[in-house]
Design a protein around this ligand. Structure first.
Ligand code: FA5
Length: 517
């Protein structure tokens, strides 16, 4: 406990010490003004120190909201000259009854004042009006020379200028109730009264005693130069003090993961490539030995484009060879799919359904050995679920060379996922363009199921031969949103596109892998 108290004392600012000192000198309940006066501080410093002492539990700051009333310019005039009805009553005290016009004149009231005076004469029952004549009543007679509550309050305010409305006397309250009914006579302002009260913990500090030395928090150049720093007393820091939340601008988490992925492949020596989002069926399907009646090509799976409905095919030799691969396997020794390949179907334009077309394009232009990767958006007519989006990102890659084999492919994928902090398992799979083929998965404990992260395999001869590639090619295509989902600990992939500012703000700036190792 003493250790705690000593630490608190050590961390006190000189203003806080001074405020505590005021309690030592003056007592346990103080107004800020008393502290200002006794410690020769300004009010801002007192209030700010009071705030931090309160957060440390050394004092409490009681607040009481009060109303302060004062006279307006009209109120001041009435306080000096008398209320209009009083001035009229005065005239009536000399003549029991008078016609309206005459009484107004004699009381030197203007038209609007006269109206007010008549109204209040009636309300206070000082007079009645009978056929245009104003007649004093018995109450009126009694009121002559005797100030009413509203008039007494006006007098008081003229004298004191301001009055606190806290716990008013009956007289003040009645006067106030009457005056506020008349517009513009008194001004009412709200003020907050603060009372600083020392707590038990604060008392303990006073018992231990505080030294009013202004402990240093910053060092100046000259203190360092002259060696004065050695003899200074330093203020302790509370490293657990609360701090305001701070949300600097930062990259969207999905973008950040894309950048991490790019870094990983660039560091592994891959070349980055890109391909068009609006793709021909040729590059998206045909070139990948995907038969023209394949289910994935159906309208319900693929977005076909109306304008342009068709795209240009590449040079004839490649088109012919791809056609032959489909029809009879061409020079690959395969039987192909055994149907008549239609160039027009290959011309159809689609929103690419995967990024594997980028790999085919790259192989048509580059000779092995090579390592290429590509990141991009793909589109599928999907029913949206916690793990399915109709538009998402894939990272695609190929490694081509004489020595490349399926084992290398598994090694690359294992290494890639490890760098992102995942341990994946592989299971056999089927893609029309690869053999052997595999899918990588990761276990989702909250869903109690395995989720598929990507597909991979060795490109088939029916893909490679038309492209003129003579070495083995390992290929993979991995979903990025699913990675992001697991990495960010979200249960629903849609969250990535929700622009939930609260969630985005709270995400740490850095997450995941350290690329330096
Ligand atoms: C393909 O797209 C293959 N082109 C991958 C490939 C490339 C295989 C090269 C062999 C050689 P698949 O349709 O399984 O495969 O998609 C790959 C990954 O994309 C999935 O594992 C998943 O992580 C992600 N994915 C697929 N559909 C969706 C979707 N609707 N929403 C979000 N992510 C998806």
């Amino acid at each position: 406990m003493t250790k705690d108290i000593n630490r608190i004392i050590d961390e006190l600012h000189i203003y806080e010490k001074k405020v505590l000192n005021a309690f030592e000198q003056l007592g346990s309940r103080l107004s800020p003004e008393e502290v200002v006066e006794s410690q020769k501080m300004d009010i801002k410093a007192v209030m700010s120190a009071a705030g931090s002492l309160e957060s440390k539990g050394l004092i409490t700051v009681d607040k009481k909201v009060d109303e302060v009333i004062s006279l307006s310019s009209v109120g001041k005039l009435y306080a000096e000259q008398g209320l209009p009805e009083r001035r009229m009553l005065k005239v009536l005290s000399e003549n029991d009854a008078l016609p309206m016009g005459e009484i107004t004149k004699k009381a030197s009231l203007d038209k609007s004042e006269s109206k007010i005076a008549i109204g209040w004469l009636m309300k206070k029952r000082w007079a009645v009006i009978d056929k245009g004549t104003v007649k004093i009543t018995e109450d009126g007679k009694k009121a002559i020379g005797k100030g009413e509550d509203d008039e007494l309050l006006l007098d008081k305010l003229l004298e004191t200028q301001k009055m606190m409305l806290f716990n008013p006397s009956k007289l003040v309250q009645r006067g106030y109730d009457l005056l506020v009914k008349r517009k513009g006579l008194i001004d009412v302002k709200k003020t907050t009264q603060h009372t600083l009260v020392i707590t038990e913990k604060g008392m303990e500090i006073l018992e231990v005693g505080i030294d009013l030395v202004d402990a240093a928090t910053q060092l100046t150049h000259s203190q360092l130069k002259t060696g004065e720093w050695k003899s200074l007393q330093y203020r302790g820091y509370d490293i657990q003090a609360e701090y305001p939340e701070f949300y600097p601008g930062k990259m969207h988490p999905l973008r950040r993961i894309v950048e991490e992925i790019r870094d990983i492949f660039l560091n592994l020596g891959f070349t980055e490539s890109r391909g068009p989002i609006l793709e021909s069926a040729f590059w998206n399907f045909d070139c990948l030995f995907q038969p023209q009646d394949h289910a994935a090509r159906e309208m319900q799976d693929t977005f076909y484009i109306k304008n342009p409905q068709h795209t240009k095919l590449p040079e004839t030799d490649l088109v012919t060879k791809v056609g032959q691969a489909h029809e009879n396997g061409g020079k690959t020794g395969s039987e192909g799919w055994g149907y008549i390949w239609d160039e027009d179907v290959a011309r159809q334009s689609v929103l690419r359904t995967h990024t594997t077309g980028v790999s085919a394009r790259f192989l048509s232009e580059n000779q092995p050995p090579l390592k290429m990767f590509s990141v991009g958006r793909v589109f599928r007519r999907e029913t949206i679920t916690y793990k399915h989006l109709p538009e998402f990102h894939q990272v695609e890659g190929i490694v081509a060379g004489d020595e490349v084999n399926f084992r290398n492919l598994l090694g690359i994928l294992k290494e890639f996922y490890k760098k992102l902090g995942f341990e994946v398992r592989f299971r056999p799979a089927y893609f029309p363009y690869t053999y052997l083929s595999t899918e990588c998965e990761i276990y989702l404990p909250e869903k109690e199921s395995w989720i598929e992260l990507g597909g991979a395999g060795m490109f088939r001869p029916e893909v490679l031969e038309p492209l003129g590639v003579e070495t083995p090619v390992a290929a993979f295509g991995l979903g990025i949103e699913r990675l992001a989902m697991i990495r960010l600990g979200i249960k629903d992939i849609r969250m990535l596109y929700k622009s939930d500012i609260g969630w985005l703000r709270k995400l740490p700036i850095t997450q995941g892998v350290d690329l330096t190792d």
